[in-house]
Design a protein around this ligand. Structure first.
Ligand SMILES: Cc1cc2nc3c(=O)[nH]c(=O)nc-3n(C[C@H](O)[C@H](O)[C@H](O)COP(=O)(O)OP(=O)(O)OC[C@H]3O[C@@H](n4cnc5c(N)ncnc54)[C@H](O)[C@@H]3O)c2cc1C
Length: 802
C-alpha cells in the first residue's frame, strides 16, 4: 500500500470517487482514496439513482446541471456505462403556491441556460400518462431529469480517477487521523499509516465518526428512506418509450420507470432518523427492515395520483439510510479552525450533486477558490453554535419539507429559538415576529394590536406589509431603534494590525477615530466580504460585516494570518443597538455627557452612553442619520433602558429586518449575498469605488482588480423601478432587454418610503444607460421597469452626513 500521498480521500461512495476524479482532472495525480469495504458500501449502492437540476439555490442548481452533463464525459473517458436514462421529468403543482414556485424556478432557468418548461395538464397527460390530473394546475418539465446505475457510475468515477493517476485502497478502514505539527496528517488504517498533506472526509454515513477522529463536529444526520419497485405493469411496458420521472410534491413522492414496472419513493412525514448516536462500523452492504406503516398515508395518496399503482404488486423494497445537513445542502470545503482538513459530506442527492461537489472541492484545494459562489454548501455556513441537539430536529424538518414549497420570506420553526440576546424577552413582549439568522433570533418586524404574530409565507407581499411600512415611517420621520447583534464583528489588534488589514482589505484603512467601507477580495478578484473597518486607536481596529458569513470570514483571516496582528471574532461578545432617523442625534445627546455634535459621518469613538461603556459609530444601513452603538451583552439591557427612555419624547419605535431591507433600497445600498457575493467582482457591483487604488500595498486581489479596471467587465449593477403589482423582486428574476433575457436581478423589494417597487439587476454594460427600460419577470408575468439613478431618499446625503 502507498504510504505517502498528497491527498487522502476517506470514503469510496459516489462523492469520494467524484472528488478523487476531479482532483486528477485538475492536475493532482498523487491522490489516494481509502475505503473501509468495497466502493459504494455506504448509502451509494442502494440509491434510486435519480437526478435532477431543480434546487432553490441558483448555484446549487447550476452544479446539479454540471453533474448531470458530466456522466456522458465519464462514459467517454472510461468506456464504462453509467446506465443513463435521460427520460426527462415533471414536477407537479396542485395549488397556486406550488405553481408560483415552479414558475419562479423556470424564470431563473432562463438565464442559467436550462431548457425547462412550464407545462399544462394536457401536456402532462401526454408526457406522463399515468398521472391522475385531478386538481393539477401544471408542472415544470425538465428534459435533463433521469436516472442512472449508482454502482456503475461510482465505478466510472473511480476508473477515470485511476486513469488520472489516483490510487484506490479498498478493505482498508481508517481508524485514526492524527495531525503533525506541520499541518500534514497521519491517516492510520487497518493496513498501516499513510502520510497525507490533506485529508478529505467523504465518509458519508460515517462522516460524523470520521470527523470525530480529528475532533471535528460535522452537522449531519442519517435518515431512513424507502422506495418500492413494482411488478411489471402493462401500462408501462406496452408504451413505446420510457415513462418520465414524476415528482409529486403534494404526495411527497418521486416516481420513475424501473425495468417493466415502476419505482416510487417517499419523503414521509412520520420519518425516522437512523443511528442517532453514531453509525455502527459493522453496518455493511445491508438494508433496513421494510416499514410500510410509516409510508401508509403516502401510499394511499400515491394510489390516487397514480391509480395504476393500486393494481401493482411490490417486487422489491429498498429501505436504507442516507445523510442530511440541517438545510439539506452538502457540507463542503475547508473545515473552519483546521489546517488541510476538507469536508465532502452531507450530500443527500449524490447523483444530482456529486459531480459539482467534486469539482468545487478540487478547485478549492488546487486553485485556492471556486469558480462560483458555493456559500450554500460551504461547511462554514454553520458556526460553532451548531450541536447535534440542533442538527437532529433540523434534519427531520428538512426531510419532511423535502418537497414542500419554499417561500422567500419563510422562517422554519424547528430547533428555535436556539440563540437569543438579552433583548429577546423585551422585544418579544413588544410584539416581535422572529426570524433566525445563523442560529440567532432576529426581529423581522413588530406586530401591533391584533395583528398576527406570524408572517404568512408567500411569494407575494405578505401580511408584514403594514408593519414594515409603519416602521419605515418611524425611522424616516422620527427615530427607530434595532439591535446590532446580527453583524459579524471582529477585533484586530497588535503592532502589525494596520499592515495586515491593508493587505487583506482592498479599501482604505481609516485613521484613528474614523471608519471606512471596504471590499475584501479573493486572489482572483472576487468579492469575499464588504466590511466596515473602524480604527479606535492605532493597533485597535473593529470590523463589521455579515453575521452569517462570520465563520467563512474568520477562516479566511486565519488562512492569511500574520505575526503582530491578532484577530478575534467578537460577533457574539459585542452587541448593542442602532438608532436611526432625523431625531437620532437628539436621542444620543440625551443619553451621554459627551458632546455628540462633533461626531461626524464615519467617525468611530468610545463613549459612555447612560452608564455603559460603548463604541459609537456614525453610520447607518438605513441611509439616514444614525449611530451604531456597541456594548458588552451583559450591559445591553441597561443600554436599552437608557436609549428607550430618551427616545420616547421623540416617538422612538423599534424596527426589524423587513424595514431595514426596505430602507436600504432608498439609497441603493447593496447587501451581502445579494448584490455582493463571491459570484461578483468589484467593478460589476460598484464596489470598486471603495478600492484604495493609491495605497502602496499589494492587497489580495489587486492584480485581478487592476486588470478589471483596465478592461471593464461585461455586466454592471443597475437599479430599476418596477411596475409591480402584488409581488416584488426577490432575487434571480430574469431581465429582458429588447425581448431577450440579458440579465437577472440580484435582489429587490418595496421602498415604503418612496412607494416604489425596486429591483437591483446585473445587465450588460453596453446596454446600461440612465434611461434604460427593461422587463422583469415576476411570477410568470413580465413587468416593465425603468432605470433610476437618483437615490429616493436624501439624494444629496444631507441627512446622512449632516
Ligand atoms: C433509499 C435511498 C434512495 C436514494 N435515492 C437517491 C436518488 O435517487 N438520487 C440521489 O442522488 N441520491 C439518492 N440517495 C442518496 C444517495 O445515496 C447519497 O446521496 C449518496 O450515496 C451519498 O454518497 P457518499 O459518497 O457521500 O456517502 P456513502 O455512500 O455513505 O459513502 C461513504 C463511504 O465511506 C466509507 N467510509 C466511511 N468511513 C470510513 C473509514 N473510516 N475508512 C474508510 N472508509 C470509510 C464507507 O464505507 C462508504 O463506502 C438515496 C439514498 C437512499 C438511502
Amino acid at each position: 500500500m502507498k504510504t505517502t500521498t498528497r491527498v487522502a480521500v476517506i470514503g469510496g461512495g459516489v462523492v469520494g470517487c467524484s472528488v478523487l476524479y476531479h482532483l486528477t482532472k485538475l492536475g493532482w495525480s498523487d491522490v489516494m482514496l481509502i475505503e473501509r469495504s468495497d466502493l459504494t458500501s455506504g448509502s451509494t449502492w442502494h440509491a434510486a439513482g435519480g437526478f435532477h437540476t431543480l434546487n432553490g439555490d441558483t448555484n446549487m442548481a447550476a452544479l446539479q446541471g454540471y453533474t448531470i452533463k458530466l456522466y456522458r464525459e465519464l462514459e467517454e473517458i472510461t468506456g464504462m456505462s453509467c446506465g443513463l436514462h435521460h427520460v426527462g421529468g415533471v414536477t407537479l403543482a396542485d395549488n397556486k403556491d406550488r405553481f408560483d414556485m415552479l414558475v419562479a424556478e423556470r424564470a431563473k432557468h432562463r438565464y442559467m441556460g436550462l431548457e425547462t418548461e412550464i407545462v399544462g395538464p394536457e401536456e402532462i397527460a401526454k408526457l406522463a400518462p399515468i398521472v391522475n390530473l385531478d386538481g393539477i394546475k401544471g408542472a415544470l418539465y425538465d428534459p435533463l431529469d433521469g436516472h442512472l446505475d449508482p454502482s456503475g457510475t461510482t465505478h466510472a468515477y473511480a476508473k477515470a480517477a485511476r486513469m488520472g493517476g489516483a490510487t484506490i485502497e479498498t478493505h482498508c478502514k481508517v481508524i485514526e487521523t492524527n495531525q503533525r505539527p506541520n499541518g500534514t496528517w497521519d491517516v492510520v488504517t487497518e493496513k498501516g499509516t499513510i502520510h497525507a498533506e490533506h485529508i478529505v472526509n467523504a465518509g458519508g454515513l460515517w462522516a460524523r465518526e470520521v470527523g470525530a477522529m480529528a475532533g471535528v463536529y460535522l452537522p449531519l444526520h442519517p435518515m431512513e428512506h424507502q422506495y418500492l419497485v413494482t411488478d411489471d405493469l402493462p401500462e408501462i411496458y406496452e408504451r413505446g418509450e420510457e415513462h418520465p420521472h414524476v415528482m409529486d410534491p403534494a404526495g411527497e413522492s418521486y416516481l420513475r420507470q424501473e425495468g417493466r414496472g415502476l419505482c416510487i419513493g417517499f419523503y414521509e412525514q412520520p420519518c425516522r432518523p437512523w443511528a442517532v448516536k453514531c453509525t455502527p462500523w459493522e453496518f455493511g452492504h445491508e438494508l433496513l427492515p421494510d416499514d410500510f406503516d410509516k409510508i401508509e398515508e403516502s401510499i394511499a395518496f400515491a394510489y390516487k395520483r397514480f391509480p395504476v399503482l393500486e393494481r401493482a404488486g411490490v417486487k422489491t423494497v429498498i429501505h436504507g439510510p442516507f445523510t442530511f445537513a440541517p438545510d439539506g445542502n452538502p457540507l463542503v470545503g475547508p473545515v473552519p479552525g483546521m489546517r488541510n482538513y476538507w469536508s465532502a459530506c452531507g450530500v443527500m442527492a449524490g447523483f444530482s450533486q456529486g459531480g459539482g461537489v467534486g469539482l468545487m472541492l478540487a478547485q478549492w484545494m488546487i486553485e485556492g477558490e471556486c469558480e462560483r459562489d458555493v456559500s450554500a454548501m460551504d461547511v462554514a455556513r454553520f458556526g460553532k453554535w451548531i450541536t447535534p441537539g440542533y442538527t437532529l430536529p433540523k434534519v427531520i424538518e428538512n426531510y419532511q419539507r423535502r418537497f414542500s414549497v419554499s417561500y422567500p420570506n419563510e422562517e422554519l420553526p424547528a430547533a428555535r429559538p436556539h440563540r437569543t440576546t438579552p433583548m429577546y424577552d423585551i422585544f418579544d413582549s413588544m410584539g416581535a415576529v422572529w426570524g433566525a439568522q445563523f442560529g440567532l433570533e432576529v426581529v423581522n418586524y413588530f406586530a401591533q394590536g391584533d395583528e398576527p404574530r406570524y408572517e404568512t409565507p408567500s411569494f407575494r407581499r405578505s401580511n408584514a406589509w403594514e408593519a414594515t411600512a409603519r416602521e419605515v415611517r418611524a425611522v424616516r420621520e422620527g427615530v427607530g431603534i434595532n439591535e446590532t447583534h446580527n453583524f459579524g464583528k471582529f477585533r484586530v489588534t497588535g503592532p502589525n494590525a494596520r499592515a495586515w488589514l491593508d493587505r487583506i482589505m482592498a479599501g482604505r484603512i481609516p485613521a484613528p477615530g474614523r471608519l471606512s467601507l471596504t471590499p475584501m477580495l479573493s486572489p482572483k478578484g472576487r468579492l469575499l466580504g464588504d466590511f466596515t473597518v473602524s480604527c479606535l486607536a492605532e493597533g485597535d481596529f473593529r470590523l463589521t460585516a455579515s453575521y452569517g458569513a462570520q465563520a467563512q470570514h474568520l477562516r479566511w483571516f486565519e488562512m492569511n494570518a500574520a505575526d503582530g496582528a491578532q484577530v478575534e471574532n467578537t460577533s457574539d461578545s459585542l452587541t448593542g443597538f442602532q438608532i436611526a432617523g432625523p431625531k437620532a442625534r437628539e436621542v444620543l445627546a440625551a443619553c451621554t455627557l459627551s458632546d455628540v455634535t462633533d461626531i461626524r459621518f464615519l467617525d468611530a469613538r468610545k463613549m459612555v452612553v447612560g452608564q455603559v461603556d460603548c463604541i459609537v459609530q456614525r453610520v447607518s444601513y438605513t441611509g439616514d442619520l444614525g449611530y451604531e452603538i456597541f456594548c458588552n451583552p451583559m450591559d445591553q439591557r441597561q443600554l436599552w433602558e437608557t436609549l428607550w427612555a430618551a427616545g420616547q419624547p421623540h416617538g422612538m419605535k423599534p424596527f426589524g429586518m423587513r424595514a431595514m431591507m426596505s430602507l436600504r433600497l432608498d439609497r441603493f445600498f447593496g447587501s451581502w449575498m445579494r448584490e455582493f457575493s463571491p459570484d461578483y467582482t468589484p467593478a460589476e457591483t460598484g464596489m470598486d469605488r471603495f478600492i484604495a487604488w493609491k495605497k502602496n500595498v499589494d492587497f489580495i486581489g489587486r492584480a485581478a482588480a487592476e486588470a478589471e479596471r483596465a478592461t471593464p467587465p461585461a455586466r454592471t449593477l443597475m437599479t430599476f423601478e418596477v411596475d409591480a403589482d402584488d409581488a416584488d423582486v426577490v432575487a434571480y428574476e430574469p431581465v429582458f432587454i429588447g425581448g431577450e433575457v440579458k440579465g437577472y436581478c440580484t435582489s429587490g423589494g418595496y421602498s415604503h418610503h418612496a412607494g416604489k417597487s425596486i429591483a437591483y439587476a446585473l445587465v450588460p454594460r453596453d446596454a446600461a444607460s440612465p434611461d434604460l427600460e427593461v422587463e422583469i419577470e415576476i411570477l410568470g408575468s413580465r413587468r416593465k421597469a425603468r432605470a433610476i439613478s437618483t437615490p429616493m431618499f436624501d439624494p444629496e446625503g444631507e441627512r446622512l452626513r449632516g
